[in-house]
Ligand binder design. Sequence first.
Ligand code: BG6
Length: 491
Amino acid sequence: RIAGPSGLVIFGVTGDLSRKKLMPAIYDLAHRGLLPAGFSLVGFARRDWADQDFGELVHDSVAEHARTPFRESVWNRLAEGIRFVQGSFDDDDAFDRLAQTVRDLDAERGTGGNTAFYLSIPPGAFPVVTKQLARSGLAQSDGETWRRVVIEKPFGHDLRSAQELNGIVNDVFPEESVFRIDHYLGKETVQNILALRFANQLFEPIWNANYVDHVQITMAEDIGLGGRAGYYDGIGAARDVIQNHLLQLLAFTAMEEPVSFEPRALRAEKVKVLGATRAVTPFAETTARGQYAGGWQGGKKVPGLLQEGGFAKDSTTETYAAVTLEVQTRRWAGVPFYLRTGKRLGRRVTEVAVVFKRAPHLPFDSTSTEELGQNALVIRVQPDEGVTMRFGSKVPGTTMEVRDVTMDFGYGHAFTESSPEAYERLILDVLLGEPSLFPVNEEVELSWKILDPVLDYWAKHGEPESYPPGSWGPPSAEELLARSGRHWRRP
Ligand code: BG6
């Protein structure tokens, strides 16, 4: 679907996210013909810039990061709607000028005044910006014109601050006009979890505590945190991605079937499952926390976190986090959900692995099943997007030896259609007013409620363990699963 008449205002245009993701995504949408004819992009920042300077920034980020090829005609059309408003967040005049620009764009380009405000700024600045949007009349929707606000994580630091933040935003924008970005929900493979589960008869009957032994949700990255200290120091891996991306993956994996894919129905199921999820105690045994040390990774010498520029020399920020959760419902009682994430790990991979119980009886002698693991269904979110099933198979030959094999579905092989980038999909949904893929305030608060006890425990109990770059995290992470005779997958 093509978005109706509209424009997008970005706060924080000079930030990384804006340059690497937002502007390229807007160009890609234009390239695919999904933006309305008079679409307008307004940048708001302190720099002393004219429209043209901002246009150059957009041009350069598109040239560097867009996924679709650069076409002069697409660019020229987009560039006609680019404007810049100079000012700081506490400057009333600047917001009045922004309001005037939005009115002018309606008159000149027929945006209908429909505007989404993208807050790609530190959360500390949300209150002042939302207040300014209210004061200048920019937040006001009426029957004909819509106004929406898009906010980037972190949605708070804990439950209390998230509630405060939601309060501030909801004072100005009604919940249906608030679009919280969790870019994992924009990924095809994440949405496919729902298709896999609810479009098929095969998986759902065994998707429960009777058959599932445990679930492992992994988001591993091989990169470090050079250049991101300002955002990451004091935040850490759990707040950065478990609170949002990994808990959303858990919600998709564990939730009940929604009565429809209508936004309200889908979100209601996510709220239910998150509301039933708890961190398993004692945290000394069920969680792990690490920080990468310096060393060698992929043949290159890399610094440890404490040597990365900008991090406090005694920073206890974790770059690896693992937690054990339980979903307290009839379907999942007793099934551990292990969530882990880390920077500078062995490779970049995000996956959900549903590991099944062993067959109750094996009519083979034990030597012939030595290499037999547990059946597993692995949803590979990235890279090599796809789904893999692991099961035992007879080894060709005269004996009845059984060994694990895998059956693989890869997006690249099965489809010729290409996946839109997550931000492309989500920005388009904002313009369309399609909220399904955006967490509601309740989901955000429930996610903090799950994580807060672990974060409190970590705050009181010492420092993260060190782990070498290129490894799979600290020793305590291995012990966490070994205690119950399980082990982490090595993707
Ligand atoms: C972001 C986190 O939300 O997701 C980053 O803040 C992380 O720390 C990034 O690197 C990973 O995103 P993706 O899409 O590359 O998995």
